[in-house]
Design a protein around this ligand. Structure first.
Ligand SMILES: [Zn+2]
Ligand SMILES: [Zn+2]
Length: 206
C-alpha cells in the first residue's frame, strides 16, 4: 500500500491518496480543496479511485469533495453522525469560511459495522467521537488515519458544537492506543507519527 500526503485547499488540511500497487485501486481521504492537483496525481499514477472517505464533516476537510465526486463518479462516505454536518453549510462552517458554501449529500453512511475495501485491503472504520460526533479514524494495514482526533503531539479541538473533551480522550485511549506501538499515524493536520511516540510524549495522553 502506498500513501501520498497532499496539503489540500486554502486551509492545507492533510488529504491522503492511498493505493494498492497491484490493482492500482485507490481511495481519497479528506480532499479539502485543490481538486485539480489531486486529479493530476491520480491520472499520472493511473489509479482507479474507488471511494472518497471523510474523517469528519468540517469544511477544511471536504471542500474538494464535490468536484472529485463529479470527476471520478465515486461514492462519498462519512460516519452517519456527521451526515447532518456535511449537508449543512452552517454546521460544517463553510458558510463563514473562505471555502465558499459547501453542502453535500453523502452516498454511504459509515458505522463500525461497515465493510468496504480497495485492492483487497479491508478498510476498518473506528468511531472516534469528541472533535465531532461522527468523527472516525480509518485503519488500513498498520496505518491509522486519525482526522482531527489525534495529531503528532496534540489532539483535536473539542470546543465546537457537538465536541466533547471527555469523548475525545476516551476515543484515543480506548480505541487508538490499543494498537501496537509501531502503528503509523497519519493525522488531519501536520506531520505523521506513531502510536508508540504519542503514548510516550503526547501531553494530552501521558
Ligand atoms: Zn475538524
Ligand atoms: Zn481540520
Amino acid at each position: 500500500m502506498q500513501v501520498i500526503r497532499l496539503e489540500a485547499g486554502i486551509y492545507a488540511a492533510n488529504c491522503y491518496l492511498i493505493y494498492e500497487s497491484d490493482s492500482m485501486e485507490a481511495i481519497i481521504i479528506d480532499p479539502g480543496g485543490d481538486s485539480d492537483d489531486i486529479i493530476s496525481r491520480v491520472e499520472d499514477l493511473g489509479l482507479k479511485v474507488k471511494y472518497i472517505i471523510l474523517t469528519h464533516g468540517h469544511a477544511d476537510h471536504i471542500a474538494g469533495v464535490a468536484e472529485l465526486r463529479d470527476y471520478f463518479n465515486v461514492p462519498v462516505a462519512i460516519h452517519k453522525e456527521d451526515e447532518p454536518m456535511l449537508r449543512d453549510s452552517d454546521r460544517n462552517f463553510s458558510s463563514t469560511m473562505a471555502t465558499g458554501e459547501i453542502e453535500i449529500d453523502p452516498d454511504i453512511l459509515l458505522d463500525e459495522e461497515t465493510k468496504i475495501e480497495f485492492g483487497g485491503l479491508p478498510i476498518k472504520i473506528i468511531h472516534t467521537p469528541g472533535h465531532t460526533p461522527g468523527g472516525i479514524t480509518i485503519n488500513i494495514e498498520n496505518y491509522l488515519f486519525t482526522g482531527d482526533t489525534l495529531f503528532a503531539g496534540s489532539i483535536g479541538r473539542t470546543d465546537f458544537p457537538g465536541g466533547s473533551f471527555e469523548d475525545i480522550i476516551a476515543s484515543i485511549k480506548e480505541k487508538l492506543l490499543v494498537y501496537p506501538d509501531d502503528t503509523i499515524l497519519y493525522p488531519g493536520h501536520g506531520p505523521a507519527s506513531s502510536i508508540g511516540k504519542e503514548k510516550s510524549s503526547n501531553p494530552f495522553i501521558v
